[in-house]
Design a protein around this ligand. Structure first.
Ligand code: NAD
Length: 495
């Protein structure tokens, strides 16, 4: 790992991308519009980035369609596509430090997390998707002997992908890797709060041999670029990661346009259940703290609701407050920093608003509190823990997407499950118990796409990631991701 000074030196040496990437080259937005990319750690303008609109979307769709129809990628032998994607992964590995730095500057995530989690996970996802694609067999249906029915998977065509800012590179890669591996042409709209790494990796994709027009990146705002993509008639599939509010809008846009398939990985308000039989209270507390304070709490699967069995509440609270001390806000470029700033002032205001509402509604502040913002000093918030919270409080029901934890208690397994499920969301859940039967029983009854037992957030490219209820419908990663980016076709042959 580089030292603080070495990261600063790399920062001075790199050139940040700032233009849209269409048909294999960088270009300005057609209207010449730009927006400022801000470093959340010091509020300095990093660069002005092209702000795309309908005209740029049309251009990218044309390029993507032409690439798809030409067959230069869509009809390429899967084994050849695999080789190009692996070469791209090699280039990303070569540029790993640069990519880590770009995301840290762009959204405030600690460089230590970028180096140890985001970049390696993204490259692994790309390699895994590349390796999958020449192992994806079709089927022959068990029809009668006079017929032969082939069932095959085909790429959809032009796929639009819209991503959030909290794991800029990783959220992008979880979607573009399987979409490209399957042979689609992709138009990616990264978040306007963190568009830079997506632009850089698109350039590297071309270098690796991905044909022009197959991967296009349009920086811009949701209500312009994003909406134009979602309403476009030539786009076959739209894959989205972001808030449940926008996810709902995208379903409407699909219905108003061409009924494109819409895959949604949306928000969360995940519960953490700590049973008295968890055995190691300190380990559970450490896990619970990581589940809310990692990445400044800007994590879709953040366990922002914690339910601890009444009989161990006091011991657990002491352990939790001790574990939370590990998270100290600081300069995200310092490799020792465990918590960076929030992504922008709007996010800081949202977090501040929820902390104030919790105080007004009578929750007990155990740690942290209202952030003390000073203009020009970055958007920092402290780890904040409330006890004596209840389900009528807005900060217990709504996704905060910041380092704010509500601690509540339960008396029985049934009550713990009922409280955990009392949410419109259903993304993840973390359960701490040494009782294997209880672990299975509780997991089966939790309304969540992912349940972690005696841990939180673990996963790899082999395991699907996604939720239920207002947390969405799609799954990233694993073979299941390919289901989003392929169509089933049957070909019936009369013999
Ligand atoms: P957001 O919904 O505000 O924005 C996400 C993307 O949608 C951005 O690129 C944005 O520009 C775009 N967008 C906004 N309005 C749009 C519109 N009208 N039409 C088309 N596109 C539009 O979310 P965010 O603030 O970027 O990210 C935080 C959210 O993402 C949280 O709710 C978090 O839980 C969720 N998230 C979910 C997962 C998951 O896998 N389920 C992973 C990471 C983040």
């Amino acid at each position: 790992m580089k030292s603080y000074q070495e990261w600063q030196a790399l920062k001075a040496a790199i050139t940040l991308p700032s233009q849209a990437y269409i048909n294999g080259q960088f270009c300005s937005a057609q209207q010449g519009e730009t927006f400022a990319c801000i470093n959340p750690a010091d509020e300095a303008v990093l660069t002005q980035v092209a702000s795309c609109d309908q005209a740029d979307v049309d251009l990218a769709v044309q390029a993507a369609k032409a690439a798809f129809s030409s067959g230069s990628w869509s009809q390429m032998a899967p084994n050849k596509r695999k080789q190009i994607l692996q070469k791209w992964a090699d280039l990303l590995t070569e540029h790993a430090d640069e990519l880590a730095l770009i995301d840290t500057l762009d959204m405030g995530k600690s460089i230590a997390e970028m180096v140890s989690i985001d970049v390696p996970d993204s490259i692994d996802c790309l390699r895994w998707s590349a390796e999958c694609i020449d192992k994806l067999y079709g089927e022959i249906a068990p029809t009668n002997a006079d017929n032969l029915a082939l069932i095959s998977r085909e790429p959809v065509g032009v796929v639009a992908i819209i991503t959030p800012w909290n794991y800029p590179l990783m959220m992008v890669m979880w979607k573009i890797a399987p979409a490209l591996a399957a042979g689609n042409s992709v138009i990616l709209k990264p978040s306007e709060k963190s568009p830079l790494s997506a632009l850089r990796i698109a350039e590297l994709a071309t270098q690796a041999g991905v044909p022009n027009g197959v991967l296009n990146v349009l920086p811009g705002f949701g209500h312009t670029t994003g909406k134009a993509l979602a309403l476009h008639h030539e786009i076959g599939t739209l894959a989205f990661t972001g808030s449940s509010r926008v996810a709902g809008l995208l379903m409407q846009y699909a219905g108003q346009s061409n009924m494109k398939r819409v895959w949604l990985e949306a928000g969360g308000k995940s519960p953490c259940l700590v049973f008295a039989d968890c055995k190691d209270i300190a380990a559970a507390a450490k896990g619970a703290a990581a589940a809310i304070f990692s990445n400044q709490g800007e994590v879709c699967i953040a366990c922002s609701r914690l339910y601890v069995e009444e009989s161990i509440k006091q011991d657990f609270m002491e352990a939790l407050l001790a574990a939370a001390k590990h998270y100290i806000p600081g300069d995200p470029l310092d490799p020792n920093t465990t918590m960076g700033p929030l992504v922008d002032k709007a996010q800081l205001d949202t977090v501040t608003g929820f902390i104030e509402s919790a105080l007004q509604q009578g929750a007990t502040l155990e740690m942290g509190g209202v952030p003390e913002y000073q203009k020009g000093q970055g958007f920092y918030a402290h780890p904040t823990i409330f006890s004596n919270a209840n389900h009528d409080m807005s900060f217990v029901q709504e996704e905060i997407f910041g380092p704010v934890l509500a601690v509540m208690t339960f008396d029985s397994e049934a009550q713990a499950i009922a409280l955990a499920n009392d949410s419109k969301y259903g993304l993840g859940a973390s359960v701490w118990t040494q009782d294997l039967s209880r672990a299975h029983r509780v997991s089966r009854q939790l309304e969540a796409g992912m349940v972690w037992i005696n841990t939180w957030g673990d996963g790899d490219s082999t395991v699907p990631f996604g939720g239920v209820k207002a947390s969405g419908n799609g799954r990233d990663k694993s073979w299941h991701a390919l289901e989003k980016y392929t169509e089933l076709k049957n070909t019936w042959i009369r013999l």
